[in-house]
Write a protein that binds this ligand. Structure first.
Ligand SMILES: NC(=O)c1ccc[n+]([C@@H]2O[C@H](COP(=O)([O-])OP(=O)(O)OC[C@H]3O[C@@H](n4cnc5c(N)ncnc54)[C@H](OP(=O)(O)O)[C@@H]3O)[C@@H](O)[C@H]2O)c1
Length: 289
């Protein structure tokens, strides 16, 4: 039996709610807070304590988890939480943020006596619900065993890296690939339709060969089946990640044309009213309306 911990989880969106449920299933005591209270309330039925403020969620917790939109949201919410957090509490920061944000959050954590783990996750709604995420984790080696029960509850695998920032670097690299695949599928489908090519003919053409790809089939299937809601990974969140990737490239001297163009596709899809849909809705950005 692994140790049962008290966890304060801030942000019960697509990913945070699923993570909270798996922590509860693993027997941990979980307190949740969300800016829009209606998204946290249903977790009471799973056994979570629903807190009215970030401070109430993290008070005396062994572990604090942040699963918010971006670095700015994490800063705002943690500023409210710090005064109540226990000195020495472990902080799993899983929001996808910029490299500059990681440095700043790690510094803030140190100033407030929290032990910081840069811990973004790989995997979307379904793996999150199944507790099958991959946790990319960097934090103090001597505290790994203490936080491992939390990583094990939400993920199937933990990839350990040495220093905070390294986990987010790997996450941005992985998302660069994921977002490029998403747009490639979306554009290929829209081109096939525009040229009067049956998309099934294209899928048959690549079936089983080196060009075939399960992710392509899943995302194209969502568009063709009109199954973009509820999102696994929403367009507006994907745009945020695309801009983080493009910015990281710029700061480190590489041109990332696909990331820049991809961010624009997501922006256009949002403008067309698809911001809350799955990022496969990049497809709509191929059309004027
Ligand atoms: N979905 C995925 O496949 C996936 C996979 C890996 C990593 N991620 C990353 O995980 C994070 C969460 O993603 P998600 O898909 O769960 O997104 P989501 O469903 O949109 O949840 C975002 C959460 O952030 C909160 N939030 C946004 N701005 C805030 C602010 N200024 N102050 C307080 N709370 C704020 C939202 O609160 P409200 O409910 O009040 O809006 C919501 O709880 C993102 O960084 C994303 O890049 C997502």
């Amino acid at each position: 039996m692994s140790e049962k911990l008290t966890v304060g989880l801030l942000g019960t969106g697509i990913m945070g709610a699923a993570m909270a449920r798996n922590l509860l299933k693993a027997g941990h005591a979980v307190r949740v807070w969300n800016r829009s209270a209606d998204k946290a309330a249903p977790l009471a039925e799973d056994g979570a304590e629903v807190a009215g403020t970030p401070a109430d969620a993290v008070r005396d917790a062994d572990v604090v988890i942040t699963m918010l939109y971006d670095g700015e949201a994490v800063r705002q919410v943690m500023d409210e939480a710090y005064p109540a957090a226990r000195s020495g509490a472990l902080w799993m920061q899983s929001t996808t943020v910029s490299l500059e944000d990681v440095d700043r959050l790690a510094e803030d954590a140190g100033r407030h006596g929290l032990v910081f783990f840069d811990a973004p996750v790989l995997g979307t709604r379904q793996p999150a619900e199944a507790g099958q995420l991959t946790v990319l984790a960097a934090g103090p080696p001597e505290q790994r065993d203490a936080i491992a029960p939390v990583f094990d509850a939400v993920g199937a695998k933990t990839v350990w890296l040495r220093n905070p920032g390294e986990a987010t670097r790997l996450k941005l690299v992985a998302n660069s690939w994921v977002l490029a695949l998403t747009h490639a599928g979306a554009e290929t489908l829209s081109l096939a339709e525009a040229l009067g090519v049956d998309p099934d003919k294209f899928l048959e053409l690549i079936a089983g060969g080196p060009l075939d790809n399960a992710y392509l089939r899943t995302k194209v299937g969502l568009v063709r089946g009109d199954q973009l809601s509820p999102a696994s990974f929403a367009v507006n969140t994907a745009e945020k990640d695309a801009r983080l990737i493009a910015e990281a490239g710029r700061r480190h001297g590489v041109r990332l044309d696909l990331a820049e163009a991809g961010a624009e596709r997501f922006r256009r899809a949002t403008e067309q009213g698809h911001g809350d849909k799955d990022m496969a809705a990049s497809y709509y950005a191929s059309f004027d309306k």
